[in-house]
Design a protein around this ligand. Structure first.
Ligand code: SF4
Length: 135
């Protein structure tokens, strides 16, 4: 190793002590990236709310899917999705952690709270049995 390279490596050591994230395992980084890709690159967190898991008991009972096009015959209105549902971006009564997004933020976001899933986010492109046309 040349002297210049050695000095470069040595100069990063104090940074690694202060910011251990700089030393993050590249394999873990790649796995995280792939997990985000698998979830469709969607936002998974807004404040304290997290993206609902399709396998969640209530989500499963409501036949919630992140991708409305994968629902099947139960979804008779082919244009129905969370983004045009009356319960999208509405918080459940008593959910102190939930705050609806502003109009501007809602336009930029691919997720928002849903009135029937406390503490959870749903995808704009999602759908469930409780879909109700937005007035
Ligand atoms: S009620 Fe169902 S369709 Fe409506 S926003 Fe919530 S998850 Fe989406």
């Amino acid at each position: 190793m040349k002297r210049r390279q050695t000095l470069k490596v040595l100069s990063t050591l104090p940074l690694l002590a202060v910011f251990p994230a700089f030393a993050a395992d590249p394999v873990k980084k790649e796995a995280k990236k792939n997990a985000k890709k698998a979830a469709g690159g969607a936002s998974k967190k807004l404040g304290k709310l997290t993206l609902i898991d399709e396998k969640d008991t209530l989500a499963s009972a409501m036949q919630y899917k992140h991708d409305a096009s994968k629902v099947g015959p139960m979804r008779s209105d082919k244009k129905a999705n969370c983004a045009n549902c009356a319960k999208y971006n509405v918080c459940m009564d008593g959910d102190a952690d939930c705050k609806p997004l502003s109009k501007a933020d809602l336009k930029k976001s691919d997720v928002a709270p849903c009135q029937i899933f406390k503490g959870k986010l749903v995808k704009a492109e999602g759908w469930c049995l409780s879909w109700q046309k937005k007035a």
